[in-house]
Design a protein around this ligand. Structure first.
Ligand SMILES: Cc1cc2nc3c(=O)[nH]c(=O)nc-3n(C[C@H](O)[C@H](O)[C@H](O)COP(=O)(O)OP(=O)(O)OC[C@H]3O[C@@H](n4cnc5c(N)ncnc54)[C@H](O)[C@@H]3O)c2cc1C
Length: 450
């Protein structure tokens, strides 16, 4: 069997590794536009901050390593797939070094072309001094520009925008965060949590301009002038981070797509064409809290889906469990972790929900130190099922977010969380673990409402 893999970052690399682990003799042709594979974009903020000095350490695989996994594997770096003819099982490929265009056939195709950063309709967005942030080249360009910049404007207060804002507030830059109509991180947390994040940024010298929309960029040799709907702001460089969109044009009109142009796949990462599988940022996947498909571009999803695409393309039937879009963000000495739906998003999705916020020290006050955890739980009022959670603390609450993710996936209720068996040891928690207490706060609220 001849398998073609188009795009080789997280989903593509995972798929290739899986295929070759299960069936090393398979003929695999990997096509990747870039001259590298497997870049961890999640390390960009660490690199810009200077915590990780070398961008090269953000790669966990290379072409030679993949080719060593089987006798019939070829990784075509710097090769662009220009067209796919699904009916003919054919690809048109350009060698970007020689410009030579040629055609190859496949038996099965794995589409792992990922996403591009959304380019918002802001006049002047393509000017120098205005950057996007997605890949290793973007990271290198931003790092070089930041060297001589004093003031950096970040446009967009989502996950990446807040992460970059935090990074540059450590490097002696003045940072201005401009964030349109929504609260900070509105996709991930409710306004009560967003207020904490804004306070944290302000305490570290970041100027946040909330409910302000960038309309136009003008640049000269040293500055970028940002006209917003409120004022004119000036910085030395601007970085625009307003989300990602699936890169799926190659399969337009050939496989079923969702309204947002992500590829529709079944639970086995198979598209509407049985010979084409897809994974990662190019697809939408089952979002357990709503029970519907949702575009959830995360490396966590890309590696899981890529692995499954690699298994299932060989004829196995291993199902994707769906996602809660669980994620975490470091914010100075605190961590923000979230999973599932916010109350606002749940309401938009038409779910009958309520949310409770509960704050308590994670371990007894008699211990030499302790620190509060702010938790928020979103649950259905009809079934009492947990559909989302947000945690914010100096204490490492990341694994608690993972636990809540599992509970959402397993359709556990606030009553389950209130009473589920959890360890007690004064080093780590109180006789009632802070998650039990969060569940109990929700139970009390739900019972009062009933
Ligand atoms: C700054 C930043 C921070 C992030 N932090 C996190 C994090 O902390 N946690 C997390 O889970 N996720 C994070 N993400 C998201 C994560 O990086 C993406 O979800 C992940 O990269 C998706 O992997 P992918 O393989 O599906 O697609 P992509 O990474 O988009 O890769 C697709 C690949 O396909 C190639 N390609 C596309 N079209 C063609 C073609 N026609 N021919 C040949 N090659 C092609 C591209 O060159 C690219 O290499 C972050 C993203 C960014 C930008």
């Amino acid at each position: 069997m001849r398998i073609a893999v188009v795009g080789c970052t997280h989903a593509g690399t995972a798929a290739v590794r899986e295929i070759l682990s299960a069936a090393p003799a398979t003929q695999v042709d990997v096509y990747e536009r870039r001259t590298d594979i497997s870049f961890l974009s999640c390390g960009i903020a660490l690199y810009l901050e200077g915590l990780v000095p070398k961008l090269e350490s953000m790669f966990y695989a290379d072409a030679a390593g993949l080719e060593a996994l089987g006798p019939n594997v070829t990784v075509h770096l710097h090769h662009d797939v220009l067209a796919i003819d699904a009916a003919a099982h054919r690809l048109d490929v350009q060698d970007m070094t020689t410009r030579h265009i040629y055609t190859r056939t496949y038996d099965k195709l794995i589409m792992t072309t990922g996403s591009y950063p959304v380019v918002p309709p802001i006049q002047g967005i393509s000017q120098p001094r205005v950057f996007m942030c997605k890949n290793a080249d973007d990271a290198t360009a931003i790092k070089a520009a930041a060297k001589t910049a004093k003031t950096i404007a970040i446009v967009g207060g989502g996950y990446i925008g807040v992460e970059l804002t935090e990074a540059f507030s450590h490097t002696g830059h003045e940072v201005l965060l401009i964030n349109g109509v929504h609260a900070l991180l509105s996709h991930y947390i409710d306004p009560v949590m967003a207020t904490q994040v804004a306070q944290e940024l302000a305490a570290h010298g970041v100027v946040t301009r909330l409910t302000e929309t960038a309309l136009k960029f003008d640049t000269d040799a040293h500055h970028v002038y940002i006209t917003t709907d409120v004022a004119e702001r000036v910085a030395d460089i601007a970085i625009v981070c307003v989300g990602f969109q699936p890169m799926t044009e190659l399969l337009d009109d050939q496989v079923a797509m969702n309204a947002d142009h992500s590829i529709h796949v079944n639970d086995y990462m198979q598209t509407s064409d049985p010979d084409i599988f897809a994974a990662g940022d190019a697809v939408a996947v089952h979002f357990n809290p709503t029970g519907t498909d949702a575009y959830t571009p995360l490396a966590t999803n890309a590696v899981r889906q890529g692995k499954l695409a690699g298994l299932n393309v060989l004829g196995k039937r291993v199902k994707y469990m769906g996602t809660q879009a669980t994620s975490a963000l470091r914010l100075y000495d605190k961590t923000l972790a979230c999973t599932g739906l916010t109350e606002t998003r749940a309401q938009k999705a038409g779910l009958p929900v309520a949310a409770v916020t509960f704050t308590d020290n994670y371990r007894p006050e008699f211990m030499p130190t302790t620190t509060p955890i702010m938790g928020r739980l979103v649950y259905r009022t009809d079934t009492r099922q947990i559909v989302g959670a947000q945690l914010f603390s100096q204490y490492d609450i990341t694994q608690s977010a993972n636990l809540l993710s599992v509970m959402i996936q397993n359709k556990n209720t606030i009553d389950d969380l209130a009473y589920v068996d959890m360890l007690f040891n004064p080093h780590y928690d109180k006789p009632w673990n802070y998650l039990n207490l969060l569940g109990q706060a929700a139970v009390t609220q739900a019972d009062q409402r009933a």
